[in-house]
Design a protein. Structure first.
Length: 163
């Protein structure tokens, strides 16, 4: 892990930024076309009875987690929440793919263009990203004092002076 040590904060910032982009995009897409999302969730053989709650709860949770990822002292908790949410989404897709005769699509935007198997692998990738972020933050003694995500942290800086 010595290879990651000098870049640990940058890696965690990139992971958090990816989750912020994913969750804000997904939540906004669902809320902007709420009626379509609500109907699609209601068509799910697994979620039919709680579709009304889920159609508000999921985008709300995504936005709350995205906001938490911005706040340094909440970042570890937010990564655990991201891991949990992505694991639930992944389990849902697995169940739908293997045990449901009907496969509804309740994702919007770019994610709607993916097939279910691609979506499964996409989610698994984000589950692993959350695990990596959690491991890096937990091993860091000062994860509570880390700085907020700043775009310049994750972009290369060409003006670095070396003495």
């Amino acid at each position: 892990m010595k290879l990651f040590k000098p870049h640990k904060q940058h890696i965690v910032s990139i992971i958090c930024l990816l989750f912020i982009i994913l969750f804000v995009y997904a939540a906004c897409t669902k809320l902007l076309d709420y009626e379509k999302f609500r109907v699609q969730v209601g068509q799910s053989p697994v979620l039919t009875s709680i579709g009304g709650w889920i159609s508000w709860l999921v985008p709300g949770i995504e936005l709350v987690i995205a906001f938490m990822l911005i706040i340094p002292r909440l970042r570890l908790l937010a990564l655990y929440a991201s891991f949990s949410l992505m694991a639930m989404f992944t389990a849902y897709i697995f169940i739908i793919l293997h045990y449901s005769p009907f496969v509804p699509c309740s994702c919007g935007g770019i994610l709607e263009k993916m097939g279910w198997e691609e979506h499964l692998f996409f989610n698994i990738g984000f589950v692993f990203l959350a695990m990596i972020g959690i491991l890096l933050l937990e091993k860091s003694a000062n994860h509570r004092t880390s700085s907020p995500i700043v775009i310049s942290e994750v972009l290369p800086n060409d003006n670095i002076e070396v003495s």
